[in-house]
Design a protein around this ligand. Structure first.
Ligand SMILES: *Cc1c(COP(=O)(O)O)cnc(C)c1O
Length: 230
């Protein structure tokens, strides 16, 4: 089932690319495997997935040693400072940086582990109270501060759009964050690239691709519904 789902999602991405004149090569599909057991991740791996997204430090630590080494792990969930030390040497990208203090801790722990850590700034583009991430106007000042830290590199922006029934409702937010990313790119800040735009989930990834996403994070669409009670 995972394999068929993956093929469907890839096909949908291709179609969204055709519609918007983009190259599917420029879009990374992150299989969001949170709560799912290792054999399901392995199925996705066998079907070609190499990018996996998790939102809990503990799950990355459990799954990382159980799966092939060429997997690129993405930390997509809220990250507590005291847990940074467990994952800086295991993840390829932290999508959820939303404060200078967290970035400082990532910098310190990366130094200790002798790694360079790539991050995205999480933007709460729809200004939802329930969400993490900084507001649109806080993004640039935060980036200017983080850019000065050693061992940490800003690669772009991430957003979690509101939960909606019609994905078209989120188009304006995807468009808005893409414009923000272009504005920041034009400032040519040292140690800052805006090459990554992580946006779009199961309900809205096609719209996100049409609006410029370079990474989409799809969980349910690949692995099925999550069961949080088990
Ligand atoms: C769970 C999660 C996803 C995937 O959500 P689906 O709707 O299952 O595709 C994407 N991004 C983040 C940050 C998540 O926590």
């Amino acid at each position: 089932m995972v394999k068929e789902n993956l093929m469907q999602v890839r096909e949908n991405i291709k179609r969204a690319c055709e519609k918007s004149g983009r190259d599917p090569e420029n879009i990374t599909l992150i299989a969001v495997s949170k709560t799912k057991p290792v054999p399901m991740l392995d199925e996705a791996y066998q079907a070609g997935s190499r990018d996996f997204g998790e939102n809990k430090v503990q799950e990355i630590m459990d799954k990382h040693p159980a799966l092939p080494e060429d997997i690129r792990w993405h930390m997509i969930g809220h990250l507590q400072r005291n847990k940074v030390k467990y994952i800086v040497d295991k993840v390829c990208l932290i999508h959820s940086v939303d404060s200078l203090r967290l970035a400082e801790e990532i910098s310190i722990q990366s130094e200790k582990k002798q790694v360079e850590t790539d991050i995205l700034i999480e933007v709460n583009i729809a200004q939802e109270e329930s969400k993490f991430g900084v507001s649109e106007k806080e993004v640039l000042p935060l980036i200017q501060q983080i850019a000065k830290l050693p061992h940490i590199h800003i690669k772009g922006l991430m957003t979690i759009a509101p939960f909606v029934n019609d994905p078209e409702e989120n188009r304006k937010y995807f468009h808005q964050i893409r414009e923000l990313s272009v504005d920041i790119m034009k400032k040519n800040i040292d140690n800052v690239s805006m090459s990554v735009l992580s946006m779009g989930m199961t309900g809205d990834y096609m719209v996100a691709v049409e609006e410029g996403a370079t990474m989409v994070r799809v969980g349910t669409g690949i692995f099925g519904e999550r069961n949080y009670t088990s």
